[in-house]
Ligand binder design. Structure first.
Ligand code: SF4
Length: 297
């Protein structure tokens, strides 16, 4: 058995371990009879864990064949399987009728039509400082939609949502769920960058959010995850702080909605990652994705 693994793989394993550690997951296990490349094992033991191959599916695929676990058939992590257990939906955050509840779905709408309708939008003052409109990105038939607040500098430059540091973290979160970015849809409440990354103002949210609503209606996901207070407050039409309903199942136009912290907040407050991971595990259960749990060696 070769003891050598590439530096790239070592770095990927170290990065992934750091990510899981930030999520509060510090204990993994492996089958004791399973050989693991010794370099990788040394790395893992330096952070006090043993590896369980399920936690590192992509890295494991790149290990030498002799270092792999025997193939154990298991269901692929696909969206759409019936959820094993679904918690009952609690009451909505606000009993006041949502602004959006009264807006009817546009017949035969498509993301392309919505983008065409948006055009070179100048409907609110954010148009004057933007570089690129950040419409949204991902699977037009996604069962999971993430909604953030608005584009930042990287997104404004590239025209794509969540591509900066916070976006990298969101990608890690999605991958930790057993998905890829292309499996989900990612968009924002406002599609142009607010100057200096300030919060979007009420009139800007009011003007832009109908396009978001059409996107969600058209994609028709099973679950909408609001990333941060602006997205949650906009869709739920509430002034309550996100900490009061974070991680609770709510309802939005007949769909399940869950609000969690924005990745940018997690960059400033890494301990909150474990709370977000618990929230994402609830989403995984509803989508029928395998919930991976650490287990003592
Ligand atoms: S934020 Fe929305 S409404 Fe305002 S200019 Fe950009 S696309 Fe138009």
């Amino acid at each position: 058995m070769s003891d050598q693994i590439s530096e790239t793989l070592q770095k990927k394993i170290a990065d992934r371990l750091g990510f899981y550690e930030d999520l509060g997951i510090r204990t993994f296990y492996r089958d004791r009879g399973t050989p693991v490349a010794s370099v990788a094992q040394q790395q893992l033991e330096t952070v006090g864990v043993l590896i369980h191959s399920n936690v590192f599916p992509s890295e494991e695929r790149t290990l030498p064949k002799t270092a792999r676990k025997p193939e154990v058939p298991k269901p692929a992590p696909t969206i759409g399987q019936p959820a094993p257990r679904v918690s009952p939906l609690p009451l909505p955050v606000s009993t006041a009728p949502s602004l959006f509840e009264s807006i009817e779905k546009v017949a035969d709408d498509t993301l392309l039509k919505i983008r065409e309708d948006l055009g070179d939008c100048m409907r609110c003052k954010l148009h004057s400082t933007r570089n690129k409109i950040v419409f949204g990105d991902g699977n037009p038939k996604a069962e999971l939609v993430f909604v953030g607040e608005g584009p930042g500098a990287d997104e404004d430059a590239q025209g794509l949502p969540f591509v900066g540091r916070a976006g990298k973290l969101l990608t890690q979160m999605i991958e930790a769920m057993g998905l890829q970015r292309k499996d989900v849809y990612i968009c924002n409440v406002v599609k142009c960058r607010p100057p200096e990354n300030r919060q979007p103002e009420e009139d800007e949210v009011h003007t832009c959010s109908p396009f978001l609503l059409r996107q969600i209606d058209t994609i028709a996901p099973k679950v909408v995850v609001c990333l941060g207070a602006t997205a949650a407050k906009t869709l739920l039409q509430t002034n309550r702080g996100i900490s009061q309903f974070r991680g609770e199942w709510l309802e939005f136009r007949g769909r399940k909605l869950l609000a969690t912290y924005h990745p940018a907040y997690l960059l400033r407050n890494p301990p909150a990652k474990s709370e977000v991971w618990k929230d994402l595990q609830k989403v995984m259960a509803v989508l029928g994705l395998e919930v991976k749990k650490g287990k003592s060696a």
